[in-house]
Design a protein around this ligand. Structure first.
Ligand SMILES: [Zn+2]
Length: 485
């Protein structure tokens, strides 16, 4: 492709042209033609300059966190977040913004929850707890002796009476030796998601779980749990890592520790909420889609700042910055603010179903749902040939600190699009990977607030995400499909 074709296909602003000219042509006018890499480097530089200089994602995040706040699926706050998302996308000139109805679960923590601890029959001491999302209530105060486990298979040696009315406490920490904190989270997550089922299978009355974080602090971290139709539903709650350490230490020293829980959780009827979708029609391939998004819902404690307010405002910034730069996408670009990632993923599933019904070819899908800390790279979920195409851009990204590109999961919301394969094609899936080390300090707790997101790091994430979307728009997808490993 020559320069004139490049100009016709990809109009950019005047500033951009000066940059492209300087970078691409060198000092001698007419010397060679800008290679793809040079033109792309210029655009990636422009994107970073735009967002670092004039980005609005940090202010958007402040409004989402402070004016809307925590926004669990089914809640009035989630409704407010949906309206905020649509309004914000309209404000940045996204054109057609629509709501895609999604049926979501509606669980509520209920009245103030209460926890306590009693050592060797002494007085009750307050214990910080957070009901796990989806848990049943306790139907009044519930107190039982605690038995401590690190792995589910340890319950197999309990004998025929099992827990016999006791409460299971799952206390395996996230693996400190794993460099990727997300991997360590995944390795400990079974305790939170299945702990109540395992406790009930062994005759236990409840389950408490060590919070999923490397931080040693006093904040309980909630998150999704589920029941199994085959066993009784028993209540489940998280305790902070400081309390987890204390309880386990007392039990190990031979003390009898009893834990009390009082929780009024309720499950309401399902409710219809929505994904918010902004669409920007492509100039060359209007029938081929690139989707970029994060999730609007959050847990009901904290403010959902890192999870996933950051991904939502990153995604809005993609559209805004490319608009301001005068860019026109070749493929149709969709920004999707998904609902219900946290406890059902019905937003992601519904989006993929509608896409399948309409026979839409999603050539690429990009997600930001790993927080607002400084970006480090991207994880790629695609066939070999497509993965290689993305990895070829490492050079462009090295200067921005986001050269870490490896295969891995791209995101929960876009996950169901993998099933959408008209004509044997599946999207090239990419997830933004910020530094993971502090993410779980905040995740699903009262610490996940706006004040714990750093403006510059958030903007760097938005710029990296926008650059990735731009580069994905440059790809030719015919022939990029193919079998996976
Ligand atoms: Zn999330």
């Amino acid at each position: 492709m020559n320069v004139m074709q490049w100009m016709e296909c990809r109009p950019v602003s005047l500033v951009g042209w000066v940059l492209v000219w300087m970078v691409g042509f060198g000092p001698v006018v007419g010397w060679g033609q800008p290679s793809w890499k040079e033109a792309d480097s210029a655009m990636v530089a422009q994107i970073h300059a735009q967002i670092l200089g004039e980005g609005r994602c940090y202010e958007d995040l402040r409004v989402l966190c402070k004016d809307v706040g925590a926004r669990l699926s089914g809640s009035p706050e989630a409704d407010a977040a949906i309206l905020w998302g649509a309004r914000t996308l309209q404000e940045i000139g996204a054109g057609e913004v629509r709501m895609q109805p999604v049926v979501v679960p509606h669980w509520e923590r209920g009245g103030p929850e209460r926890g306590w601890l009693r050592v060797d029959g002494g007085a009750a001491e307050p214990l910080r707890i957070s009901a796990l999302g989806g848990s049943v209530g306790t139907d009044g105060p519930l107190e039982a002796e605690v038995a401590v486990f690190r792995h589910f298979n340890e319950l197999d040696s309990l004998g025929p009476e099992g827990l016999a009315g006791r409460m299971a406490f799952f206390n395996r920490p996230m693996d400190p030796l794993m460099i990727n904190a997300g991997g360590a989270y995944g390795g400990a997550n079974d305790q939170r998601s299945r702990g109540a089922v395992v406790a009930a299978e062994h005759n236990g009355v409840a389950a408490i779980v060590r919070s999923l974080t490397h931080a040693l602090d006093t904040f309980p971290h909630t998150g999704a749990m589920r029941y199994d139709d085959a066993v009784r539903q028993v209540p489940a709650a998280a305790v902070s890592t400081v309390d987890a350490r204390r309880i386990a230490g007392l039990v190990e020293a031979g003390h009898v520790v009893r834990v009390g829980l009082e929780m009024d959780c309720v499950v309401h009827e399902d409710k219809t909420q929505a994904n918010v979708i902004a669409e920007w029609t492509g100039t060359e391939y209007p029938d081929r889609f690139i989707v970029v998004g994060g999730h609007l819902d959050s847990w009901d404690i904290g403010e959902g700042a890192h999870d996933d307010g950051a991904g939502v405002v990153h995604s809005i910034e993609v559209l805004r910055s490319l608009h301001v730069l005068g860019y026109r996408p070749r493929h149709t670009l969709r920004v999707v603010l998904f609902i219900n990632e946290e406890n059902g993923n019905n937003g992601g599933k519904t989006y993929a179903e509608r896409a399948r019904e309409r026979g839409e070819w999603h050539v690429a899908a990009v997600e930001s749902d790993a927080g607002g800390d400084a970006p480090r790279g991207f994880s790629i979920d695609a066939a070999d040939v497509a993965t290689d195409a993305v990895r070829a851009w490492r050079e462009n990204f090295m200067d921005y600190g986001v050269g870490d590109m490896r295969r891995g999961g791209a995101g929960v919301d876009i996950g169901p699009l993998k099933k959408e394969k008209p004509a044997g094609k599946r999207p090239l899936m990419v997830g933004l990977r910020p530094n993971s080390q502090r993410y779980f300090d905040y995740h699903h707790s009262n610490r996940d607030i706006f004040e714990n997101v750093h403006e510059r790091e958030l903007k760097l994430g938005a710029a990296a995400l926008t650059s990735m979307v731009y580069l994905l728009d440059q790809l030719d997808y015919d022939g990029l499909e193919g079998e996976e490993d």
